[in-house]
Design a protein around this ligand. Structure first.
Ligand code: NAD
Ligand code: UGA
Length: 472
């Protein structure tokens, strides 16, 4: 029988909200605290502020049973044994992580400590943050025997967050003593002993009662580094395949075949080898920068991370030049932009390559008709509808009378478009695909000029293959 733990989760964003609901799902009693009153009000009424599969169902299942929401941190700290900090750690001006939200929360926690508490770093933070959290608690007068600080990095991806949380590749606990490590072991026991997966209403996924989650216990410093190193390595894989895609394109090879051939080597693996517009989102860009900064602070020249960043930035420029090259000039052209989110299956537009490309195209004089299945409301806040951008109700409406379609996000529905319908809607049948969702030969057969990433472009006779141009 697993032990029920009283948990406070601070922050109800992509990580905090998912963690809070999933801790309730595995049997704990959770209070999720956020200082955004509107968000808390919405959550209390059963509303879900983010687009995430399974989240509405799990929230409905546990609201006011296993999980409740509050704006008041003090009473929550008093009632709970484990306090998960899941506030933002955005990029600061030097590239380092801005830890001011973490510090503000720790100072507030210190004021309410009424017995032994374990503070858990769920946010992604640089190595030694555990030391700083401890120092901050001491400075606010909390006795050392009244708290421990543990690192428990989160590896979920947006879009599959709930499944990733409940069926993780691994759970990492970075604790510098047994007492705090044991509390975290208790919290994750339903996943590591398999009892959660044996329940008839458990969320299905890759783990089972026979093959439960793997737990790794390390020092706090090692756990902090595991998180940064994992994100940096995944970003490196993406930049590596993107660099190869540019080579492939220049010699008429096919990056999809190359990635398949590399991925079949079990030491390399097929994941995170999708060439395209480059990585975005609220994590890879800032975490690569923060990890580079950490290394610099230790006098280590981690130049490879700077190359990862540069390749990623170049990838967007290359795409922009492809659009120009396919359309000759951009001023006055109408372009249908399919995708605004930083990747499919999410409404998150933070650091979205799609938004960056759209901004550049608008600056070059193009007008955009955009469509995204989930991210349009969030996009309207940064790119309000007006003369240069409008929002359509479907991909076909976006394509109506457009000079070309641009695929900017890898939504599944964009890989299954009615291409005949799209062709009829367009002024010219040109698709420039930043996510390689179609096969060039098939697109040519359907009468499209089709330009993608790391593959020979397919040009219809009317469109003609442009000679290599030197673009200003
Ligand atoms: P987010 O911006 O979606 O959510 C942060 C929340 O914290 C917001 O709701 C905000 O109102 C709240 N908050 C800020 N200050 C607060 C305070 N003083 N008291 C109470 N609430 C406060 O951020 P996120 O995407 O959930 O990321 C959180 C952390 O988790 C970051 O460090 C991020 O790098 C890491 N992470 C994110 C993901 C992801 O997929 N988004 C995955 C793994 C790790
Ligand atoms: C990423 C990691 O995958 C998570 O493990 C981690 O917890 C999280 O960051 C975090 O720390 O916040 P996420 O940003 O949600 O998750 O999304 P990913 O699926 O990793 O995609 C990140 C970006 O890389 C997207 O823009 C995506 O389009 C791009 N990508 C991904 C590629 O360009 N090619 C690929 O092969 C894979």
């Amino acid at each position: 029988m697993s032990k029920q733990v009283s948990i406070c989760v601070i922050g109800s964003g992509y990580v905090g909200l998912v963690a809070a609901v999933c801790f309730a799902e595995i049997g704990h009693k959770v209070i999720c605290v956020d200082n955004n009153e509107a968000k808390v009000k919405m959550l209390r009424e059963g509303g879900v502020p983010i687009y995430e599969e399974h989240l509405p169902d799990l929230l409905a299942k546990h609201l006011n049973r296993g999980v409740e929401f509050s704006c008041e941190l003090g009473p929550a700290i008093e009632q709970c044994d484990a306090i998960f900090i899941a506030v933002g750690t955005p990029q600061g001006s030097t590239g380092s992580a801005d830890l001011s939200y973490v510090e503000a929360v720790v100072s507030e926690i210190a004021r309410s400590v009424n017995g032994y508490k374990v503070l858990v770093e769920k946010s992604t933070v640089p190595v030694y943050t555990n030391e700083w959290v401890s120092r901050c608690m001491h400075r606010h007068g909390v006795e050392p025997h009244n708290f421990d600080v543990v690192s428990n990095p989160e590896f979920l991806r947006e879009g599959t967050a709930i499944e990733d949380f409940l069926h993780p590749d691994r759970i990492v606990i970075g604790a510098n003593n047994k007492r705090s490590a044991d509390l975290l072991r208790d919290i994750y026991a339903p996943l590591t002993d398999g009892s959660y997966y044996a329940k008839p209403d458990a969320l299905p996924g890759m783990l089972s009662a026979e093959k439960p989650a793997t737990l790794l216990v390390t020092s706090a410093q090692s756990a902090e580094i595991i998180k940064h190193a994992s994100n940096a390595f995944l970003a490196l894989k993406i930049s590596f395949i993107n660099a190869i895609s540019n080579l492939a394109e220049s010699v008429d090879a096919d990056i999809e075949d190359i990635a398949a051939g590399m991925g079949l080597d079990s030491r390399i693996g097929p994941k995170f080898l999708r060439a395209g517009l480059g990585y975005g989102g609220s994590c890879f860009p800032k975490d690569v920068a923060a990890f580079y900064w950490v290394a610099q602070q230790q006098g280590i020249d981690f130049q490879i991370l700077e190359e990862v960043r540069k390749i990623n930035a170049t990838q967007q420029e290359i795409f922009f030049n492809k659009v120009r090259s396919a359309l000759w000039t951009l001023r006055g052209k109408k372009l249908a932009a399919l995708g605004l989110a930083f990747k499919g299956d999410t409404d998150d537009i933070r650091d979205s390559p799609a938004i960056d490309v759209i901004k550049k195209l608008i600056a070059a004089g193009a007008t955009i008709s955009a469509y995204d299945p989930a991210a349009m409301d969030k996009a309207k806040a940064v790119l309000p509808a007006g003369e240069s951008i409008s929002y359509a109700a479907s991909p076909y409406e976006a394509a109506e009378g457009a000079d070309a379609v641009l695929i900017l996000t890898d939504w599944k529905e964009f890989a299954k478009l009615d291409l005949q319908k799209l062709n009829v809607a367009l002024k010219f049948p040109i698709i420039i695909d930043g996510r390689n969702l179609y096969k060039p030969a098939e697109m040519l057969e359907l009468g499209f000029t089709y330009v993608s990433v790391g593959r020979p472009a397919a040009y219809t006779a009317q469109q003609g293959k442009p000679r290599k141009l030197v673009l200003s």
